[in-house]
Design a protein around this ligand. Structure first.
Ligand code: NAD
Ligand code: TDX
Length: 356
């Protein structure tokens, strides 16, 4: 069994679904079901004994200790986090609590658990920490992409809290020998992403005929990776990564935001034409995000060379799949926007904790 934290969120849920599609090894899924946690993402696993959902907080040391003692996982894959940069600007406290204190709590629980293991169980145990390229700071137009050796220069409360957690993970390896792995991935997109993030927000607003807000001049650059490719990279690092190492994960796909939005508009024009006119008419430039990082780009050569990982999707194929998914799952978006996903959780999981 593996313990996954944050497995009801965007990437965590995709990871759990992909994991159980490829393997029969059970998943213990610990998630606090914040606004970003949605069990509807995992609806197709209902009744599947390989998925054990626990509604709980990674900051709850007693709970984490109890789960480790009861389920004896061979690895922890740690996705749980507050993940949205704009929310971190307006309310940083939750980011420090979950991303820093929560990661610390998990590390301490993992250290106690791992220290008491023996033989192969101890040798094989892994703590995989899922992190972001944002810890490296912002690149100028001519700078090389982020390699694993790049100094950390986090600029937002979100990236600072993730950087802090990366440092704790590193220290728990160097000081205590805990067999950790860290992945630093670029911007993900794909099914089940909460419609506060650029790509799902633009799809949802375009379908509703609402403005498509572009911060600043729209020329900030992100490096986009399809979520299934990120999940495959995490599986690869868990299987074959060297303890103590970090791996940058990215799709060699840098694009300015305005180009992303225009691509989505063109796809929607093709797949769901709007009688009112081309979707691009909805593009609206708005005030910039405070401290908005200008450019991120990932040098993925280490994971490609050492682990043979390569993305399966290009941006053209991945964004088409993603737009098609949102078109086919407008009820998912509607439930999230209306808050009805909470009713779904209450109806399907009411009163069920561990073992639900
Ligand atoms: P998300 O916000 O969609 O999901 C986060 C999940 O964590 C939710 O299910 C939430 O309920 C859970 N959670 C939050 N606080 C918790 C707590 N205290 N205890 C237990 N569970 C808690 O995030 P995401 O986009 O899926 O990101 C997952 C991880 O990947 C994060 O660590 C993030 O930093 C990292 N990451 C994300 C991206 C991206 O583009 N989205 C890129 C690189 C790295
Ligand atoms: O309405 C918007 N308009 C806009 O121009 C939103 C929501 C975003 N943007 C811009 C800001 C960024 O330059 O689009 C870009 C992408 O924004 P987000 O989707 O908020 O992602 P970002 O801030 O880049 O962070 C994401 O990638 C790295 C995730 O939220 C992080 O969890 C991950 O670590």
């Amino acid at each position: 069994m593996i313990l996954v934290t944050g497995g009801a969120g965007f990437i965590g849920a995709n990871f759990v679904l992909d994991w159980l599609a490829a393997s029969d090894e059970p998943v213990l899924n610990l998630d606090a079901l914040t606004y970003a946690g949605n069990l509807e993402n995992l609806a197709r696993l209902q009744g599947d004994a390989r998925h054990v959902f626990v509604h709980g907080d990674i900051c709850d040391r007693a709970l984490v200790d109890r789960l480790l003692a009861e389920y004896r996982p061979r690895a922890i894959v740690h996705f749980a986090a507050e993940s949205h940069v704009d929310r971190s600007i307006h309310g940083p406290a939750a980011f420090v609590r979950t991303n820093v204190e929560g990661s610390f709590t998990l590390l301490e629980a993992a250290r106690a658990y791992w220290s008491a293991l023996e033989g192969e169980a101890r040798e094989g145990f892994r703590f995989l920490h899922v992190s972001t390229d944002e810890v490296y700071g912002s690149l100028g137009p001519a700078d090389p992409p982020f390699a694993e050796t790049k100094a950390y220069e986090p600029n937002s409360p979100y990236s600072a809290s993730k950087a802090a957690s990366d440092h704790l993970v590193r220290a728990w390896h160097h000081t205590y020998g805990l067999p950790v792995l860290t992945t630093n991935c670029s911007n993900n997109y794909g099914p089940c992403q909460f419609p506060e993030k650029l790509i799902p927000l633009v799809i949802a607003n375009a379908l509703a005929g609402r403005p498509l807000p572009i911060y600043g001049d729209g020329m900030n650059v992100r490096d986009w990776l399809y979520v299934g490719d990120h999940c495959a990279a995490v599986r690869e690092v868990l299987a074959s990564g060297r303890p103590g190492e970090t791996y940058n994960v990215g799709g060699w796909n840098e694009m300015p935001n305005i180009e992303i939005v225009r691509t989505i508009c063109a796809l929607l024009d093709e797949l769901r034409p709007d009688p009112a006119g081309a979707h691009e008419r909805l593009i609206t430039f708005v005030a910039d995000r405070p401290g908005h990082d200008r450019r991120y780009a990932i040098d993925a050569r280490k994971i490609e060379r050492e682990l043979g990982w390569r993305p399966a999707e290009t941006f053209a194929t991945g964004i088409r799949r993603t737009v098609a998914w949102y078109l086919d799952h407008q009820d998912w978006v509607a439930h999230v926007q209306s808050g009805a996903y909470r009713d779904w959780i209450a109806a399907n999981y009411a009163g069920r904790g561990a073992g639900a």
